[in-house]
Design a binder for this molecule. Structure first.
Ligand code: ADP
Length: 495
């Protein structure tokens, strides 16, 4: 989708409606009142958001359960669900400009990226699972001749999805689309600072013909609204993308309630490793800058730890700094902007705290390090490169989720691998080398769900995305994602 700057300017002046809850197909206020939504672009109020109480959440779950049990969606022929989800994808495409601009006003992602990654990706995801679902078969097991064993694939029931603020439509669709395609009912909890485009998506879902009660949305703070979903006795599966701290809480809620299955995607501290034999160091430097600084570093697979072979360290850091300083930080609604706003003031303060600690621990700031564009009232931060970061430093170990890159040098392949794996996380990684055997050794050796070789950040709905270790479990995207939203049921028939 292409949008001109004047289209964007026009869409950005549209009034933003109050955010309400969607329960049983009806928009309604929350029992806990509402909160103000501030735009990270200028810090000004955009609209208000309904705050769901635990009782509101219970009603949303009950609505999802009732819809599931009466079969209005769960027992519809897959071809019927496919038609509805295709209509939804069409509507997302038709309203892509409005969705993208609304999302950017809410969360601050640069518009060029948002257009592709948000409505563009979400429409493709709904189409992919719409197309997939009438090609999923059960099985007949190869048992002894006197029995017939059938393996059915059934929807799990009520799926709760708690999603973050960095790419609400893209990540939301990764969970909502396969869950709905498989016949489940969904209760979605968007992040407080990025709910608006998902509320609009829910409106489009109703328009497309998703029956009332099948897709519910509850908004509000994680510690109230999210916690109520986590503790629900009637949610079968919880899918989540967000921080490790919240992921731990969700497992705890599950243990304290009905043992709902939890699939967690918890970010990372992903190593991007540049060997001296990288085919084109300038390309690698530019990619390394984009891998950490697009969307102001608020990307779960961001290449946030750059490991550089000592022999090329200084030249590479020079090229990287040049590539970084060529990126344009600015108003995310400007098509020329490469790095938009930080999502919230709290997040910005946290980012600056990381920089202060990095300096205290002996890192050197090569570029950036400060808040920027303060006169706009918005939340902006200079893309920041810190060299001399050691494995014991905070910046090496903890996820910033902001535009701060830790650079560490290594001597040889063994040390590179040791440093790459010296983390509790295991989401993504990158390797830059012209040596094919080394590339394959690194693919095998790196403990992460994704390894990029001579590139960083490929995206295609056909390829699974998921982490290992404390980056979580389960996979979004691809046909494998359907495993989270379906149960196997075995049936034995004596012949
Ligand atoms: P981040 O630190 O990136 O904001 P969070 O994990 O806090 O990540 O937020 C991701 C999502 O989790 C948001 O929708 C947020 O509201 C929700 N959330 C935060 N805390 C909790 C909680 N205690 N229980 C359930 N959901 C929560």
């Amino acid at each position: 989708m292409t949008l001109s700057q004047s289209d964007i300017t026009r869409l950005a002046t549209l009034p933003v409606r109050r955010g309400q809850l969607l329960i049983e197909g009806r928009w309604q206020d929350g029992e806990n009142g509402e909160s103000e939504v501030l735009s990270p672009i200028d810090g000004k109020a955009l609209t208000t958001l309904a705050l769901a109480s635990a009782a509101d959440v219970a009603r949303a779950v009950a609505s999802a359960r009732a819809a599931f049990e009466d079969g209005r969606w769960s027992r519809m022929a897959p071809a019927g669900r496919k038609a509805v989800l295709h209509r939804l994808a069409d509507l997302i495409g038709k309203n892509a400009g409005e969705l993208a601009v609304l999302g950017v006003r809410d969360n601050g992602t640069e518009i060029g990226m948002a257009l592709k990654a948000e409505p563009g990706s979400a429409a493709g995801t709904f189409r992919y699972y719409a197309e997939a679902i009438d090609k999923v078969f059960g099985e007949i097991a190869p048992t002894a001749d006197n029995v017939l064993a059938l393996v059915h694939r059934e929807p799990v029931g009520v799926v709760a999805a708690i999603v973050p603020w960095n790419f609400p439509l893209m990540i939301g669709a990764w969970k909502i689309a396969p869950a709905l395609a498989a016949g489940n009912s969904v209760v979605l909890k968007p992040a407080e600072t990025a709910s608006l485009s998902l509320l609009r998506l829910a409106e489009l879902a109703l328009e497309a013909g998703v029956p009332p009660g099948v897709f519910n949305v509850v908004t509000g703070p994680g510690r109230v609204t999210g916690e109520a979903l986590g503790l629900s006795m009637d949610v079968d599966v919880m899918v989540f993308t967000g921080s490790g701290a919240t992921g731990r809480r969700l497992l705890d809620y599950s243990a304290r309630s009905n043992l709902k299955r939890c699939y967690l995607e918890l970010g990372g501290k992903s190593p991007n490793i540049v060997f001296a034999d990288a085919p084109d160091p300038d390309v690698a430097a530019k990619a390394a800058a984009h891998a950490i600084f697009r969307n102001a570093g608020q990307v779960c697979v961001a290449g946030s730890r750059l490991l550089v072979e000592s022999a090329i360290h200084d030249d590479f850091v020079f090229a990287l700094t040049r590539a970084t300083e060529a990126m344009r930080l600015g108003n995310p609604l400007d098509l020329a902007t490469n790095i938009g706003a930080v999502n919230s003031l709290a997040q910005l303060d946290g980012n600056l705290g990381f920089v202060a600690d990095a300096t205290r621990e002996g890192g050197d700031i090569v570029t950036g390090g400060k808040r920027a564009l303060t006169d706009t009232g918005g939340y902006y931060m200079e893309p920041t490169i810190v060299t001399g970061v050691q494995a014991a430093h905070r910046l090496f170990r903890e996820e910033v989720f902001g535009p701060v890159l830790a650079v560490t040098r290594f001597g040889d392949e063994d040390e590179a691998l040791r440093l790459a794996n010296a983390t509790d996380y295991g989401l993504a990684s990158g390797v830059w080398t012209a040596n094919l055997s080394r590339a394959h050794r690194m693919i095998r050796g790196i403990r992460a769900g994704v390894v990029h070789v001579n590139t960083y950040g490929g995206s295609d709905i056909t390829v699974p995305l998921g982490g290992v270790r404390q980056s979580g479990n389960g996979h979004d995207k691809s046909l494998h994602a359907l495993d989270k939203y379906t149960d196997l049921k075995s049936a034995w028939i004596q012949l």
